[in-house]
Design a binder for this molecule. Structure first.
Ligand code: APR
Ligand code: PHB
Length: 389
């Protein structure tokens, strides 16, 4: 089999890139290790920057997002009993869109199926060959049957545990990583959100986040120990702990109910450089991970897709290699800014096991400065709504 762009990974990065290229008449084949149902069972942050919304529009996949998503003009930051608001709209002129990542992925699958574009599920043993030559190809198997896919380019959109990043030789690759000494215990519940905006809370008992999917589906998180297991936490224990970490007036109006999902996610910052090796391009989680504070994961994947899509368009439509040659540099410049923001926001809001009394005072002073200084709020808001591509 032959295609123009072989895409490894049917997560949001691979599907969005595939759909954008398809609309420009550039042929793609997506190879996904799991089933569609499995991919759609993953629950991840649901805050979309305008850049991603614009890409979904360009991909022809934004109808449901506009009908069912919620534009948020600001967010709330709590520190103990105090709470203040960062007004995105007033500070940047832009809102963010609250719409689940699972729904983004579902919309992209639907569009790909409608377009009749190729996608192979349950693929095994994907291997990349000749990425540094002019004739790259992939080998893999489906139900034990060996397959080969020749292509012009390979998009490595296979997430953090994929094979694409590993295909870049160690002498070329440089990796940067920070592991945080805590996790997030998250639950989804069929209850109305406690507030119409998100609340990020720094409390002496640890971080908490009140988020949502829609008016009757809430997503809440609390910072937990890395040794905790979801089954250690009854729903009741979770709600009690959450109430202790958010301002009393919010706790008083919190509606609780049974959890329909409960899981623990570790926090990690990770970047690999470069994001291109020959005809292989890394995109999204395959190249970088951010801690979830600020919801930059999917949005950073989207900016990669933007640069790669435009680079590939320039190649196929104008015969120019400029876009693909500068892909890694341009993508990484923005990735590092999102890494910085996610690291800063995580550092500001969590309790660290080794925090000294001085460190705690610094955190409190930084929050007090942010609460009262418009320039600091503007910097935060610009990062939260998304830096320009
Ligand atoms: N072969 C084929 N598919 C693979 C392989 C492989 N060897 N390894 C992984 N995959 C698939 C995974 O099953 C998954 O569906 O690649 C997909 C990668 O999807 P994600 O992990 O969701 O990564 P990405 O598409 O880059 O999405 C960006 O934003 O909020 C963040 O982490 C969050 O998913 C999120 C991401
Ligand atoms: C979520 O809704 O899951 C969410 C929202 C904002 C974040 C992280 C996660 O910063």
């Amino acid at each position: 089999m032959k295609t123009q762009v072989a895409i490894i990974g049917g997560g949001p990065s691979g599907l969005l890139l595939g759909q954008l290229l398809h609309r420009r008449g550039i042929e793609t084949v997506v190879l996904e290790r799991k089933t569609k149902d499995y991919v759609l069972s993953r629950i991840r942050a649901g805050v979309l920057e305008q850049g991603l919304v614009a890409l979904m529009e360009e991909a022809g996949c934004a109808t449901r997002l506009h009908a069912e998503g919620y534009a948020h003009d600001g967010t709330l930051l709590a520190c103990g009993d105090q709470m203040f608001r960062i007004d995105f709209k007033a500070l940047t002129g832009k809102p963010v869109m609250v719409y689940g990542q699972t729904e983004v992925t579902r919309d992209l699958y639907e569009a790909r199926e409608k377009a009749g574009a190729a996608i192979d599920f349950n693929v095994e043993d994907v291997a990349i060959h000749g990425a540094d030559t002019d004739a790259p190809y992939l080998t893999y198997s489906v139900d034990g049957a060996p397959k080969r896919l020749d292509c012009d380019f390979i998009a490595g959109c296979d997430g953090f545990h994929g094979v694409s990043r590993q295909a870049i030789p160690l002498e070329v690759r440089r990796e940067y990583e920070k592991i945080y000494p805590f996790g997030w215990l998250g639950i989804l519940s069929k209850t109305p959100p406690v507030n119409h905006e998100l609340i990020y809370a720094n409390s002496p008992r640890g971080f908490a986040l009140c988020s949502m999917r829609n008016h009757s589906l809430s997503r809440y998180y609390i910072q937990c120990s890395l040794s905790d297991k979801p089954e250690d936490w009854t729903d009741d224990a979770f709600w009690q702990e959450l109430k202790r970490r958010i301002p009393p007036d919010q706790a008083a109006q919190l509606v609780t109910g049974p959890s329909i999902e409960k899981s623990i996610a570790p926090l990690r910052s990770f970047v690999t450089e470069p994001m291109r090796w020959g005809r292989l391009f890394l995109c999204g989680d395959a190249a970088h991970i951010v801690p979830p504070t600020g919801a930059k994961g999917l949005n950073t994947a989207a900016s990669d897709v933007h640069y790669l899509y435009n680079g590939l368009r320039d190649y196929y439509e104008k015969g120019s290699v400029m876009g693909i040659d500068t892909y890694s540099e341009k993508a990484l410049a923005r990735v590092w800014k999102a890494e910085r923001f996610s690291w800063w926001f995580s550092s500001l809001m969590h309790r660290y096991p080794d925090q000294s009394a001085f460190d705690l005072k610094m955190q409190a002073a930084e929050l007090a400065f942010l609460a009262s200084n418009t320039s600091a709020q503007k910097a935060m808001a610009e990062n939260y709504v998304g830096l320009p591509y």
